[in-house]
Write a protein that binds this ligand. Sequence first.
Ligand code: URA
Length: 244
Amino acid sequence: MEKRLQNVLAHAGISSRRGAADLIARGKVKVDGRVVTEKGYKLDPRRHEIFVNGQALPREEKKYYILFNKPTGVISTVKDTHGRKKVTDFFKDIKARLYPVGRLDKDTTGILIITNDGELANKLMHPRFEIEKEYQAMVNGFLAPADKERLEKGIMLEGIRTSPCIIRRVKRTRDRDVLRIKIHEGRKRQIKRMFEEVGLKVTELERTGYAGLRLGRIKRGDYRFLTESEVERLSRIGENDRSG
Ligand code: URA
């Protein structure tokens, strides 16, 4: 992924961003043997050799972006003292410090992004960016129209109102509904607690969409790497956000 040279230097601890801009302007930085003085110069730091004052900048750790279809019975924490199966156990062959972006309950299946890019992970988890999450939930009964409306408008969970969401019925079996819910928050056990508020128990829960990514044909327990354009799109989230 392309980044501003000045930010790459700052990120590597060379100096502040302003200091790095100054080093660049003074011709102290070489990229692949060529002095770069251009303001706002962009490059992929994993693909180029950068020298500052004649010293090589250590190459950035390779970044991984994985779309994992989490199966049931697996926990989303990185450390567990009880010997339970963790999502990171599926990626032991990848020599990087990977962790999940947010959490899914042990019995929830579906999309979980796994990465070693802390910056992107923090952004995706930050409530300010209101990342869309889509779930498919089977409940132990039928969702009454009035309850659907209540949930869509927002209900109180532990004193805080949930933001508006969209609920559609996917299927109705003899005794239960299968529903699709789109939310822009990620509170603990949010979907289960929302349905509990209207007297329904979620019996199966799958996350089918996350930040515009779809589960597609990835089988439970399988994964795929995100494409470069998917990573680019995710990293641009909030780029024009100037609220602070
Ligand atoms: N909501 C839940 O209740 N559980 C999850 O795992 C995710 C969202």
